[in-house]
Design a protein around this ligand. Structure first.
Ligand SMILES: Cc1ncc(COP(=O)(O)O)c(C=O)c1O
Length: 390
């Protein structure tokens, strides 16, 4: 039996950026540009006040979703990469030691390697198990043995969808007086987290993935134990213009320059959408998609799946290869024949691919909250047909 190719694109690249966006996000962004338009905290007239109110509303929605101690501890950046650079360069100093994992994205790997190249810090890399989960014993052992200042982990791996037990790591860090930075680019909006209860000190997120905002938005939660964080950018903050230095007030200290206000307003609508639909409901839905794809792909003889074979503590991101075919070729056939949009290659995460033994990378399906079981079945059948015909 062969499947009928769809006329409309099936977008399975939500790990890169989510699509489609909820209508409320599009409307909020357009509404801001059309009807508000002013710069926040930079005027006493009605629309400037409204701009400030919308920025606050987004901070407040994020604070509710993520369990922040207060909305003001969340500062906005242009994406997770900038938030991670701020956290890493702003917190680490000469002689510091750091433990991280081999499943990190280049947004973590490259700033750390840069500081190491400059001779400032030493980085220890925790191993992964063969299914791509973190070897947590090795991770804790490295942290205890080396007198580390900070540990950094992804909250959810962008290649395998594995959710790292950040709640366990947070507890461990608090007990041992170590700072904990979470790269939540994939986690935020996908899986329940409570920054305070999970003892996370720094939490870097991006707006355009599972939070359903638009590109150019992200942020960093800065906890009490990280309040010595040095800023990355100096400049105007709207108020306190007489001061020669940045005001020592959060969020102002870390938000110099005019922000992406339409993007921040839209992000607030994305977060509200998640709060209303329920993050656990979204996760459960994605778990079903994940299980459908795992069950389908693992029965195709030439297909090799990577990552855990069950859906526990994992989101709907599935890397695979077809034996004898380059990942980029598979991605091209998925698009040309079936209009399925996926990413293939190393996904900005080279170390985990070394460990999985696939130097050319993998093909990655990443499902979003708007995908259906039919989408998952169609994707499986497309892979089956490619595997027998190509
Ligand atoms: C785990 C992880 N960290 C960081 C990033 C960087 O996010 P952004 O490109 O939005 O800065 C990504 C994006 O793919 C990611 O998947």
């Amino acid at each position: 039996m062969s499947i009928k190719p769809r006329d409309k694109m099936l977008y399975l690249d939500n790990g890169a950026t989510s699509y489609p966006k909820p209508d409320v996000v599009i409307e909020k962004c357009a509404n801001y540009i059309r009807d508000v338009g002013a710069s926040p905290s930079r005027g006493g007239y009605e629309t400037a006040i409204e701009a400030g109110r919308q920025v606050f509303e987004t901070r407040n929605n994020l604070s509710k979703l993520l369990g922040a101690a207060s909305p003001d501890k969340i500062i906005f950046t242009k994406n997770a990469t900038e938030a991670l650079n701020l956290a890493i360069f702003g917190m680490l100093s000469d002689g510091d030691k750091v433990v991280t994992t081999r499943m990190e994205h280049n947004a973590v790997i490259r700033p750390l390697l840069e500081l190491e190249r400059q001779g400032k810090i030493k980085v220890f890399w925790a191993k992964l198990k063969s299914d791509g989960r973190l070897d947590i014993e090795h991770f804790f052992e490295l942290a205890l043995k080396n007198d580390v200042k900070m540990v950094i982990t992804t909250g959810m791996a962008n290649v395998t969808g594995v959710i790292v037990p950040f709640w366990e790591i947070g507890k461990f860090c608090r007990e041992h007086n170590i700072l904990y930075l979470v790269d939540a680019a994939q986690l935020a909006g996908s899986y329940r987290v409570n920054i305070e209860e999970d003892f996370i000190d720094l939490f870097a997120f991006t707006g355009h993935k599972a939070l359903y905002g638009v590109p150019g938005t992200g942020g960093l939660y800065i906890g009490e134990r990280a309040k010595k964080l040095r800023p990355l950018i100096w400049g105007g903050t709207g108020g306190y213009s007489d001061l020669p230095d940045l005001p020592d007030i959060v969020p102002d200290k870390y938000e110099a320059g005019t922000p992406n206000t339409p993007g921040i307003a839209a992000l607030g609508a994305g977060v509200k959408y998640i709060l209303e639909r329920g993050i656990d409901n979204i996760h459960l839905h994605k778990e079903k998609l994940l299980q459908t794809v795992i069950d389908g792909l693992q029965n195709i003889p030439r297909v090799k799946l990577f990552g855990p074979t069950d859906s526990t503590d994992r989101s709907s991101t599935i890397p695979f290869n077809i034996d004898g075919m380059k990942p980029k070729k598979v991605a091209q056939l998925l698009w040309n024949r079936y209009k399925i949009a996926v990413r293939a290659g190393l996904h900005c995460a080279p170390l985990i691919h070394q460990d999985l033994g696939v130097p050319d990378g993998t093909v990655r399906f990443s499902f979003g909250a708007f995908n259906t079981i039919e989408d998952a079945q169609y994707a499986v059948e497309a892979v089956r047909e490619i595997s027998v015909s190509a």
